[in-house]
Write a protein that binds this ligand. Structure first.
Ligand code: G3P
Length: 214
């Protein structure tokens, strides 16, 4: 399973890379806005520290304008993947970008029907948002099951990025289903390593070690 880190913060990304847990990065306009730096500067910096795809989102809502934005972003680095919202104009843009060899990540996916359209358009990645579905009382993880079934039925090559992850259970449920990628906040990556019995065990071993015959 690949882990992407869901942040535009360079310090968080460096920490994740140091842990050896970062196979790529996803950003979105809200994450970029938190950084108080120009968009392109942030993306270039991220691309210098990460080996792997770096998703950068367009903000236009019409296909032609999305493609124009995408070309500028894609020219920054061959790691850049263009994040496109799951709207019909977005699907037109994905089709065009795929044809000219620019990778895409279709975002804001909340149904298997949307994921089917994204795969048909040729999306490299598709991002269903599990946490936001849970927030409105729907089972986010059921959506991942449905999408994986549809993609397997037709051998679609689009990779599923489980997004809007809020806790370690989201990651493990996605892993049990066999989702290709989870994009995870740094805090949740760190939580994945934690277990109270591990902490107790480490402490006990050190205490016993001090009592050994010297
Ligand atoms: O990058 C998209 C996604 O992961 C957003 O997560 O927590 O804002 O729903 P969240």
């Amino acid at each position: 399973m690949k882990f992407f880190i869901d942040t535009a913060n360079i310090d968080e990304i460096k920490k994740g890379v140091d842990m050896g847990m970062v196979d790529g990065v996803t950003t979105n306009p809200s994450l970029i806005a938190r950084e108080n730096k120009p968009f392109e500067e942030i993306l270039k910096e991220i691309c210098t520290v990460v080996d792997g795809p770096v998703s950068a989102e367009v903000v236009s809502l019409e296909a032609e304008a999305m493609v124009k934005e995408a070309k500028v972003l894609a020219a920054l680095s061959d790691k850049i993947v263009i994040k496109i919202p799951m709207i019909m104009e977005g699907m037109k843009a994905v089709k065009h970008l795929t044809a000219i060899g620019i990778k895409t990540n279709v975002t804001l996916v909340f149904s298997a029907a949307q994921a089917l359209l994204a795969a048909k358009a040729g999306a490299t990645f598709v991002s269903p948002f599990v946490g936001r579905l849970d927030d409105i009382g729907q089972h986010g993880m059921e959506l991942i099951n449905e999408i994986m079934t549809v993609y397997r039925n037709y051998d679609y090559l689009s990779e599923v990025i489980v997004a809007s992850i809020r806790n370690p259970l989201h990651v493990m449920d996605a892993a049990m289903i066999g989702a290709d990628i989870a994009t995870i906040p740094l805090k949740v990556i760190e939580q994945l390593a934690q277990h109270p019995l591990t902490s107790i065990g480490v402490e006990q071993f050190l205490t016993d070690w001090e009592k050994r015959t010297k």
